[in-house]
Design a protein around this ligand. Structure first.
Ligand code: ADP
Ligand code: ASP
Ligand code: MG
Length: 454
């Protein structure tokens, strides 16, 4: 059994949904299909919350009507207008959405909890419509509410999954459906607390949902269908010369997604790695193209595979002569960040200073205040991390020479290398990202695969 996930652009309108149904016709019973909201819908729902919070009633009514129109057009174009069941489900989602928005409007306040309840409408809509369409061809198609399985904590907006409870609930609620159906259509991105409150897994979280369900169902493999030719040597929107990699290791894909390759949500690989389940990333518009297979091992080690970047990074440099020959100093520093639940991405240390990078700057003022009690602190914002990823690059002879040659005269704030053996990261100013990514791509992927221009 396979788990297939289709992203927002893959289900953006009726034609796209018909195309997905064609792809599915080649899959044997039983296949679990995880869908995102139709392209742009999650962004629109977030905008609705914004309008309601700002007291812009007309704006949210108008935007909501556009969303209703968009989804009813898909229903119409799929020939489902007379399907009472799907129309009732869709109407109910929109009336619940209206209640939430009126509530936000009245209070002029929105919390992450209510935002999750609102954005969940996107995946609920796309799956109801698509399941109804697929049913016209395969009556043994079931719609399933994933919130009955994916159990999370109440960290609304990017909830943490409790795999053990999710497994129990999968066995009770979803597994029995496998015997009776050819297709099970369910939502990506969503989860629920034990008390039944809707949560989400973070933007782009449907990829993670797919591997979670793959893990729970012991799937033979997971396929992530998107709008690019698998995982490429860089973001093709940024680097037109980027080309797809046929194979990646789990570690490589995990590192790439973590360091900004939007094609996979940062946690996607974890559930797959745990059960050694291969993940294939494929282009919905080119079903015959093999895309990228991500599995335990990569046959080509010692070579860079792709370049990723993350913007909006803040670096914090903490310096104190008291660090000299002292023990427990790093612990003291990390303890401050831990108490504010801020995760640190890269760290670099010298005898008397520590530099680290953060993505979230919530509580930064308070953190700095605490750190200043025992050290001097320097903050740089508008920074970026550019990472070159490839298993065993550390042992490749010319790798470092080529990487530094490519980065050339660009000022580097921090370097991280060696800890993982799959990643070399440069922390640079945001304004140099484009130049650095282009130069690195040219050096490693456009100048003949193994040749150095050095
Ligand atoms: P979906 O809606 O299918 O989840 P996303 O927009 O979330 O699609 O992710 C696909 C996009 O990720 C691509 O269109 C591409 O611009 C971007 N991307 C970033 N890095 C990479 C990469 N290394 N390989 C392929 N695509 C990438
Ligand atoms: N619809 C959600 C988002 O846009 C989740 C996803 O598409 O993966 O972030
Ligand atoms: Mg995505």
């Amino acid at each position: 059994m396979k788990v297939l996930k289709f992203g927002g652009t893959s289900v953006k309108d009726a034609q796209a949904m018909k195309h997905v149904a064609d792809i599915l016709s080649h899959y044997p019973p039983v296949t679990i299909v995880v869908l995102s909201a139709t392209a742009g819908t999650t962004d629109t729902l977030i905008k609705l919350v914004f309008h309601a919070t700002e007291g812009q009633h007309d704006a949210f009514m108008e935007t909501k009507q556009q969303l209703v129109g968009k989804h009813y057009k898909i229903i119409d174009d799929l020939g489902l207008k007379m399907d009472r069941s799907v129309c009732e489900s869709v109407d109910e989602i929109f009336s619940t959405l209206s209640v939430f928005l009126e509530g936000i409007y009245l209070l002029r306040e929105s919390t992450n909890r209510v935002k999750d309840a609102v954005v969940a409408s996107g995946e609920l809509l796309s799956t109801h419509i698509f399941a109804a369409y697929l049913k016209t061809q395969y009556p043994d198609t079931a719609w399933f509410d994933v919130r009955n399985v994916i159990t999370t904590d109440d960290h609304f907006g990017s909830a943490h999954v409790d795999l053990k409870t999710s497994q129990k609930r999968y066995n009770q609620k979803m597994k029995p459906l496998l015997k009776r159906n050819r297709f099970i259509i369910t939502q990506g991105f969503l989860g629920s607390t034990l008390n039944g409150l809707t949560t989400t897994l973070g933007r782009g979280g449907s990829d993670y949902s797919a591997t979670l369900i793959g893990n729970l169902s012991n799937a033979e493999s997971i396929e992530i269908w998107t709008d690019s030719d698998g995982v490429m040597t860089a973001d093709p929107r940024f680097i037109p010369q980027a080309f797809s990699q046929r194979e990646l290791s789990f570690k490589e894909a995990a590192e790439l997604s973590y360091f900004g390759a939007k094609v996979l949500h940062p946690y996607t690989m974890l559930p797959a790695m745990e059960k050694n389940l291969p993940v294939q990333v494929k282009n919905t518009m080119k079903p015959k193209d093999p895309g990228t297979v991500i599995a335990h091992e990569s046959r080509q080690i010692g070579q860079p595979k792709s370049i990723a970047f993350r913007r909006n990074i803040t670096t914090v440099t903490i310096e104190s002569s008291r660090m000299l020959n002292a023990y427990g100093f790093l612990e003291r520093i990390f303890d401050v960040f831990a108490r504010y639940q801020i995760s640190i991405d890269l760290v670099s240390t010298s005898e008397i200073s520590v530099s680290l990078t953060l993505e979230k700057t919530e509580y930064l003022d308070k953190i700095v205040q605490e750190l200043k009690a025992f050290a001097s602190v320097r903050i740089s914002d508008k920074m970026a991390i550019v990472s070159i990823v490839g298993e065993d690059i550390k042992n490749s002879q010319s790798f470092l020479k080529r990487a530094f040659y490519a980065v050339d005269i660009i000022p580097i704030e921090m370097i991280s290398f060696g800890a993982s053996n799959v990643n070399l990261s440069f922390v640079i100013s945001e304004m140099h990202v484009e130049t650095v990514v282009k130069k690195l791509h040219r050096e490693f992927f456009e100048s003949g695969k193994n040749e150095s221009t050095v």
